[in-house]
Every structure is written in C-alpha cells, then in structure tokens.
Ligand binder design. Structure first.
Ligand code: HEC
Ligand code: HEC
Length: 217
C-alpha cells in the first residue's frame, strides 16, 4: 500500500516538535531554570532573572550581548578563561546549548543604571577620562557612558560586583583570562595599578542597581 504524501513530513514533525523537541532545539529558558545533564541550573547562582549575585561573585547575565556570553562559555570550557566554578558548567553544555542560553539571557532588559551622586571619585575619573600620561584609556571609550555596554562586543560594567571586576582585571594582568579579540582588555589591565583596579571596581559597583522585572514596583 502506498503511503499518503503527508506520511513522512508528518512523522518528522512529530519527532521534531513532539517529545523530541527538547533535544532538537535546546531551550535557553529550561537550561537556565533546570540545568541540563551535569550542568546545574544557571539561576541558582546568576539569579532567577540573570541579575547576578554579588555575594558569590556571579556576574549579571541579563541584557549582556549574546555573542559575548557565548564566547565566555567557550573560553571557560577550553580553559582560556580560568574559573573552577564555571569550567565544569561550560563543559557540560554543547555549542547549541551555549547559543540558546546566551540568547535567552541577552533577551532580558539590561538593569537601569543609577549614576553615582557626589564628587567624582578617583574611580569615576579613571572610568570617564582614563590617564593619558600612562596611556590608560577611559573605560567609557569602549564600555559606554556609565559603563552601560556598547553593542555585542563591549559588555556592561555598571552594577558588576566590585570583587568580580577586580578579579577580571587581575586575571588579564596574569594571563588567566583570554585576552579577548584584539587583546584590548589585557592591554588595558596591564596599565593599571592595584589602586586603580580597586577604584574603578568600586565605582562600577556603585553605579548600577540590579533591577529585575519585579524591582522598581
Ligand atoms: C555554582 C554557581 C554557578 C552556576 C550554577 C553557574 N554560574 Fe556562571 N558564573 C559563576 C561565577 C562565580 C562566575 C564568575 C567567574 C569568574 O570569576 O570569572 C560566572 C560567570 C559566568 C559568565 C561570564 C559572564 C561575564 O560577564 O563575563 C557566564 C557567561 C556564565 N557564568 C554563564 C552561566 C550559565 C549559562 C550557567 C548555566 C548553564 C551558569 N553560568 C551557571 C557561577 C555560576
Ligand atoms: C579599547 C576598548 C576597551 C577599553 C578602553 C576598556 N575595555 Fe574593558 N573590555 C573590552 C572588551 C572588548 C571586553 C570583552 C572581553 C572579552 O570578550 O572577553 C571588555 C571586558 C571588560 C570586563 C569584563 C566584563 C565581564 O562581564 O566579565 C571588565 C571588568 C572590563 N572590561 C573593565 C574595564 C575597565 C575597568 C576599563 C577602564 C580602565 C576598560 N574595561 C576599558 C574593551 C575595552
């Protein structure tokens, strides 16, 4: 007996969009909330809305560029960005899952930035003007005014935990974090003193508030 013309497409449809759909197209939302295989749910550390958790040094993912997030997951997995916490998580995800979860977090609105009040601190001056005598560019040149982030390549800095920012700058100084496209951040970090790092880290932590969809009510 000849099968009707819809038979094969119909069966394929059931395979793709039926119970197999989770395998066929990984869902960023489900990886975030439930994890996948040996990867724990991202939300446990990065918050229910990707807002981050300063106490454990987990940065915000909400509203950060998808290409940047995906690159970080690859770097954690291959060890070019060293993190004992994120390495096993990233290794447990395949590239389609990286893409899905990065797109999921990139889709959240970025938190509002609350500019720091009062006299400009040394960290604010460095962030906005740099120090040309040492060839240190202003962070705002690449990361935007108030560290809001620019496009997919320059991640936001406002509201990142101070200890996290300081650790990233030290990682670039010591070669524990991939120098990134064009080696931009490794070059910047190597021009910074210990005091510079503390100052800018405190400044960027002070100007952001983690806002979630519930916040601000
Ligand atoms: C056990 C806690 C924990 C879990 C679970 C976790 N993370 Fe992380 N994540 C961290 C910490 C801590 C860092 C900061 C690492 C560092 O210091 O470089 C981080 C950093 C990151 C970064 C780098 C962000 C940036 O701004 O450069 C990305 C991307 C990321 N995590 C994605 C994920 C995803 C996706 C998941 C879920 C599949 C996940 N994380 C699960 C703790 C966690
Ligand atoms: C010439 C451009 C440029 C300048 C100037 C610059 N950055 Fe960056 N920065 C980048 C790029 C590109 C990245 C993404 C790195 C990657 O892909 O791993 C980055 C990433 C970062 C991150 C990691 C954010 C995260 O979520 O993990 C921190 C922290 C940072 N920059 C701090 C600074 C500070 C502080 C200054 C000023 C002293 C500064 N940057 C100036 C280009 C720049």
């Amino acid at each position: 007996m000849r099968r009707p013309a819809w038979f094969l497409p119909g069966i394929l449809g059931i395979m793709l969009f039926g119970p197999g759909a989770v395998l066929a197209a990984p869902s960023g939302a489900s990886i975030a909330a439930q994890g996948s295989g040996s990867a724990p749910p991202c939300a446990v550390c990065h918050g229910a809305h990707g807002e981050g958790n300063a106490a454990i040094g987990a940065p915000r993912l909400a509203g950060v560029g998808a290409a940047y997030l995906q690159e970080q997951l690859r770097d954690f997995a291959d060890g070019t960005r060293a993190s004992p916490i994120m390495a096993p998580v990233a290794k447990a995800l395949d590239s389609a899952q990286d893409e899905a979860v990065a797109a999921y977090y990139a889709g959240f609105p970025a938190p509002a930035v609350a500019a720091a009040a009062g006299a400009p601190s040394p960290g604010k001056l460095l962030a906005e003007r740099g120090r040309w005598s040492d060839g240190l560019p202003a962070c705002s040149q690449c990361h935007g005014p108030d560290g809001v982030g620019v496009g997919a390549a320059f991640p936001p800095l406002a509201g990142l935990p101070a200890a996290y920012v300081a650790a990233q700058l030290q990682a670039w100084q010591q070669g524990h974090r991939a120098p990134c496209p064009l080696g931009l951040m490794a070059a910047v970090a190597k021009k910074m003193s210990k005091a510079d790092i503390e100052d800018v880290a405190a400044y960027f932590a002070s100007i952001g508030r983690a806002s979630t969809p519930e916040a601000g009510k």
